[in-house]
Design a binder for this molecule. Structure first.
Ligand code: C5P
Length: 247
């Protein structure tokens, strides 16, 4: 994998025109485009096809969390859409995750295509220890320990990887091994503003810490020159890839 292929560009816009302008500009410089709730709900699934028509790979980030049958059906739709990866909440539990990963495999077999990578979301980075205990009512475990346990359940249920905080990648990697794909948001190169992100990691630190892919939004989309920002990030990743132990 080339360094730039580890970059997932977050298309955090709500019109097709804005999204496609970013895709056209950056398609040779990043690995995937992330279509999240805002863009998908604003313009619909056709955006996935339009990006693919330009040769882009798509990560659909809708974080499915529902009863097993409903999530499995949504997984079949994702497979027919041909996205490269999509998300579900690990908190949905083993039955939901197993139903989903089985449905994706079956649908991909029927179509004769590669199944998309099912990524389970660990504890959201917006949830701290207090919220975990007082609102989610999970007590006696740290946020990190819950994420590692969920990663292990998700892997056993057939998920291909996890979305997690860069603070959790090393522990999840140790638990789940090198085949499990880890994707981390909250990335800021040293040369960009932090915006509203509080705990940030540089691209190099994220990859050194065990991330396979990094989700980057504003550090690229709001740069004066988005293409050179993407190139600089790829260079930082490449340097980190030279370090011992990096996959
Ligand atoms: O612009 P920025 O790089 O902060 O965008 C990060 C992207 O990653 C956004 O699409 C955001 O929703 C997503 N994300 C995040 N933190 C999480 C989960 C997802 O920043 N814990």
């Amino acid at each position: 994998m080339q360094a730039k292929e580890r970059i997932i560009l977050a298309l955090d816009v709500n019109t097709e025109d804005e999204a496609m302008t970013l895709v056209e500009k950056l398609r040779g410089h990043v690995g995937l485009f992330k279509v999240g709730m805002e863009l998908y709900t604003a313009v619909g699934p056709g955006i996935v096809r339009r990006i693919q028509d330009l040769g882009g790979s798509v990560f659909v980030d809708l974080k499915f969390h529902d009863i097993p049958n409903t999530v499995a059906s949504a997984g079949r739709v994702m497979t027919r859409l041909g996205c490269a990866m999509f998300t579900t909440h690990a908190a949905g539990g083993t039955r939901m995750l197993t139903a989903l990963t089985q449905a994706v495999r079956e649908e991909a077999d029927t179509l004769g295509v590669q199944p998309p990578l099912v990524l389970a979301v660990a504890v959201l980075t917006s949830i701290d220890q207090r919220i975990l205990e007082d609102d989610v009512l999970i007590r006696g475990m740290s946020v990190r320990d819950v994420s590692v346990r969920w990663a292990s359940l998700a892997k056993a249920a057939g998920a291909g990887g996890m979305i997690c905080s860069p603070l959790e990648t090393a522990a999840i990697r140790a638990e789940c091994g090198s085949e499990f794909e880890l994707v981390t948001p909250g990335i800021r190169p040293q040369w960009t503003p932090r915006h509203d992100q509080k705990r940030v990691t540089t691209p190099g630190e994220a990859v050194s810490g065990g991330a396979d892919y990094i989700v980057v939004g504003r550090a690229i989309t709001q740069a004066d020159d988005p293409v050179s920002a993407a190139k600089r990030i790829a260079e930082e990743i490449e340097q980190a890839e030279g370090e011992p132990g990096v996959k």
